[in-house]
Design a protein. Sequence first.
Length: 370
Amino acid sequence: MGQKLKDPSIPSRKGTVRMYSNPKIKESAIDWKSTRLEFIAGGGATGFLGDLGGQNTPGKPFIFDYEPTSTRYSVSAGARYFLREFQAVRGYLTYAEVQGSDQLTEYPNRKYRNINFKSPIVELAGIYELHLFKPSYIHFAGANTTKLFDGNRFGSYLSAGAGLFYYNPKGKLGTQYYNLRPLRTEGQEFDDGPSKYRSIAVSIPVGGGVYMLLNHNITLGLDFGMRFTTSDYIDDASGYFYDNDAIRARDGKLAAYFANPSVAVQNVPDRNWYTENQPRGGSTSNDTYMFFQFTLSKSFTPSVSNRDFKQSKKRKNKAIPKKRRRSLFGGGKDKNKTYNNNKIKKSKRRFRAPKLDFGKRRKKQKATSF
């Protein structure tokens, strides 16, 4: 458990008293339970992998088609509870924003399609964590507030879980954003069209992280998580172009524009790319988003000190003079009755204003003539 400790001692009136040769260390299999509950807050970046934008090539799987300029933000809060020493569950509530645009790519088929979106993400997830290693410390028996680091401050874990999330894609026209789901841009709810998609879907978080234990049970960490989803409509693009005239007749000009924004782009190489029954999105895979966050967690339990243990030096107790000992402990009598306490002396020397009350003044009587 590290270096051998020196013999501790405490001072007394008779001199130095030795307590034990080495301090007893608490080696309990359940010592981790004292810090099993933690509260977490995090913030960082959010990335989106969907059907819009991407690299300047045809769509690629996983993160190879990610466009960094579409990065947005995310904030989270939750709690972690250790079921076992190296196994924990975490409940997390996250608010994030994702976005994508065909104007961010130079690949012709997507660039001239001209679709854009942004959407909030509100996710509630339960995550299981398998900790590969954790910070280690020694814990002195009989002193639950005395914990000292023993070499390692770092920890690492792998995570996976499940959750629900809310999304609401919006498209930009000019300087305003419009809700795309009510516009049914792919002919939803036509007899031969797809069904209207829901605004709530399932997410499957998979990832991991590293962390460092600081003083007072505060942990600073990095957490990364991919979110595989059951929806392909986070960006409002999944299937095929529908008859634009039918959409305009049913839902209006705004719906017709967002169903096929390529009409606002000049010099389109081939407008047949964006006609009825042509691919509007990639229906072979669902949308994915990811979080990369800095986390800060705290366990409201006895603190862990970040200082190395140092044995205090032996101190000899100096003898107390008999006269001083009597005055401190109330023993003995003082024949002269002098005041040895400075506070009493000062109180006796305080100035007191003299009394100037010499009685009542006699009223002057008027002389009366007879």
